[in-house]
Design a protein around this ligand. Structure first.
Ligand code: WT7
Length: 661
């Protein structure tokens, strides 16, 4: 465990507040305490039962084939269509008039409610249009869009025709988009002219044009680009490639027969950061993933038919996939989809939306909660939030103060808070309280949900006793597990399964602690991966972006504690001799460079120009020491440094640059 984790541990140990589940919630809970025992006794039987939540065109003959670990096959022989399960079957069941999506655009008053019957028409049209553009089952489609209904429609249309989608977060740069287009060999890109953010129209199509060119430079040709007109901005147009959504989709037929695909047919690829520079394309398949997303959404949010659900994530991240699109829609929910930022046009926007739509279930990230805490409770207090009944948190550890504020100020002390631990790779929630069962502890994700087996282990893979910390592992396969890294089975094995290979454990990269009761406290990453505002960023990826700047010789990046974003990116940079002192604007220049290479989310909070980096005799950068500097601490033990005077050099010669945005 790192020093940071030890310190976190000490603070958490002082936490002894408990929140019992509300009696009426317990009485009508979807999942009761018995489920833990039932699942433990017959895990596969339990998952077979959960699979009955879906409609199968062909029933499965075997729950799990684990004969070739770590390559799992779930629901062997089963066939289904994910889009049919998320849309058509609700219409067939007579629920076509139920609202699926209350869309709220960022410009005030720009709203649209879409029923399941309407959604069926939209998805069918988009499926027909994509087919006409030459997309067939197995072809990859990239989606680079704002949070508008067409983004959800496109994901479902892809699923409907068996074309795996890869959604790239609209905040990523054209370089990041290009490398993903190339890696998964995307045939078509779906985008929009732009979207609304912070009160103005921001563009997307130009980045797609650039990315298409860059991908061509890497030897990959994108055949078509389908463009939604959202903002009406001027866009460059290439008639041989670009197609308007309103021409191709809105004119297409609303009838489309979904084809059933094998349970293991690829559903999507989601890129995420790892310890090395190249993002990993996490592959999820159809049957197991949909079972996992739908079951967890129903169980953890105790979903009822009249709930109004809202998850504030972006569809560019896995949370948007599992808990905006696939889980909630498979469950036939009514949900809010919001395009913009929490503070536009003013800081109470989210609370206005909750009041206006009577949101009952709300799912957001600790970083957002902390920013609201800072603004003060007057803003949410001025709205009626009494419709809320369960609050969820995801993306990073939620500190006890934020948890209690969330429950107290937003939830009026009525609402359980479910702190949900999971990852892009797990596809669905793994560790979380059950709102009708668990007495919540602020800061703890509590227990693996029924059907999931997690443990905290030492270096050898032995379970640690209560009261100790270690590595968080999943000890048994689960339906929504990643199947591989796109195009790289070897990296899949090495990254997740090699550390505890003999025991067959999946190692997630997080450290955790079991408290005296055996409840779990996730402490954060134990590797060189940062978590900024609930988003995973790799130190190496940012370092290679910095080193690609002509003035930079060497770079080291660490995540430093940050009050707002959990962790912030701090960069230490050695300039090339010919660059001299880099010039007055060097810090701004490097921050801008990272922004361009990866995207605003990766922009360093600080760039420190240093003469040397602290290295061990074998040449490994000692990030622990850099973290001390970045967090303004006394620098720790330097005895393993090759040159122990380096830290003095760094501390004395620091030209520290902080950013404005
Ligand atoms: C990493 C996964 C899960 C979807 C969003 C992020 C951290 C996530 C929690 C939580 C403590 C958490 C972990 C994990 N994390 N949720 N409730 N408590 N840490 O997905 O980008 O794949 O990141 O986020 O470090 O490994 P992701």
């Amino acid at each position: 465990m790192s020093e940071k984790n030890d310190e976190t541990l000490a603070n958490l140990l002082k936490e002894d507040r408990r929140f019992e589940p509300p009696a009426d919630l317990t009485e009508h809970a979807n999942l009761t305490a018995d489920a833990y025992d039932a699942a433990a006794k017959d895990r596969e039987g339990f998952w077979a039962e959960q699979a009955q939540r879906l409609t199968w065109a062909e029933p499965f003959t075997q729950v799990l084939d684990w004969t070739d670990p770590p390559f799992a096959k779930w629901y062997v022989g089963g066939r289904l269509n994910a889009a049919y399960n998320c849309v058509d079957r609700h219409v067939e069941a007579g629920r076509g008039d139920k609202v699926a999506i209350h869309f709220v655009g960022e410009p005030v008053g720009d709203t649209r409610s879409i029923t399941y019957a309407e959604l069926q028409d939209l998805v069918s049209q988009a499926a027909n249009a994509l087919t006409d553009m030459g997309v067939a089952a197995g072809d990859r489609v990239a989606i680079y869009m704002p949070m508008i209904p067409q983004a959800v429609v496109t994901m479902l249309a892809c699923a409907r025709i068996g074309a795996p989608h890869t959604v790239v977060f609209g905040g990523f740069s054209s370089d990041a988009l290009a490398s993903r287009l190339e890696d998964c060999q995307a045939k078509v890109v779906v985008t929009s002219d732009g979207g609304y953010r912070r009160g103005s129209a921001s563009s997307l199509k130009p980045a797609v044009d650039e990315a298409r060119e860059k991908a061509a430079g890497l030897g990959h040709t994108v055949e078509k680009v389908l463009v939604v007109r959202r903002t009406g901005q001027d866009v460059a147009w290439d008639d041989s490639v670009d197609v308007w959504w309103h021409d191709a989709v809105e004119g297409a037929s609303t009838s489309h027969t979904p084809e059933a695909f094998d349970a293991e047919h690829p559903l999507y690829v989601m890129y995420t950061s790892g310890t090395t520079g190249k993002p990993k394309g996490i592959l999820h398949t159809t049957g197991g993933y949909l079972v996992g997303a739908s079951y967890t959404h129903w169980a953890v949010f105790d979903l009822k038919d009249d709930d109004v659900y809202w998850c504030t994530a972006d569809i560019g991240w896995v949370t948007g996939h599992s808990y905006i699109v696939y889980g909630p829609l498979a469950n036939g929910v009514t949900q809010v989809l919001y395009e913009g930022t929490p503070d536009s046009p003013e800081r109470g926007r989210w609370w206005d939306i909750i009041e206006q739509y009577g949101v009952t279930l709300f799912y957001t990230a600790p970083t957002a909660i902390r920013s609201f805490m800072k603004q003060g409770r007057e803003i949410p207090d001025a709205r009626d939030l009494s419709s809320l009944r369960i609050l969820g948190s995801v993306g990073e550890p939620i500190n006890p103060e934020a948890y209690v504020w969330y429950r107290h100020v937003i939830g009026g002390d009525r609402t359980p808070v479910v702190d949900t631990w999971w990852q892009t790779e797990t596809g669905a929630i793994m560790i979380s309280p059950l709102p009708g069962v668990t007495a919540g502890k602020p800061g703890s994700a509590m227990n693996p949900i029924p059907g999931v087996s997690a443990e905290v282990v030492d270096e050898e893979g032995n379970a640690v006793p209560n009261g100790s910390g270690g590595y968080l592992v999943l000890t048994e396969p689960w339906p929504s597990m990643l199947r591989t890294i796109w195009g790289d089975d070897q990296r899949f094995k090495e990254t997740y399964w090699s550390r505890f290979e003999k025991l067959g454990f999946y190692f997630a990269g997080d450290g955790a602690k079991k408290d005296a009761d055996g409840d779990l406290w996730v402490l954060g990453r134990v590797d060189d991966v940062m978590n900024v505002s609930g988003h995973r960023l790799s130190t190496t990826e940012i370092e290679s972006a910095l080193v690609s700047h002509p003035k930079v010789a060497e770079a080291a990046v660490v995540g430093a504690k940050d009050e707002d974003t959990g962790q912030a990116v701090c960069a230490f940079v050695i300039l090339r001799d010919e660059a001299g002192d880099g010039g007055d604007d060097i810090v701004a220049e490097l921050r801008k460079h990272v922004r361009k290479e990866i995207g605003p989310i990766a922009t360093p909070r600080q760039v420190m120009i240093v003469p040397e980096l602290p290295k061990t005799r074998s040449g490994k950068i000692m990030r622990r020491l850099l973290r001390d500097v970045a967090e303004n601490r006394e620098v720790g033990d330097v005895t393993t440094l090759a040159d122990s005077s380096v830290m003095d050099l760094i501390s004395s010669g620091l030209t520290s640059g902080k950013g404005e945005d």
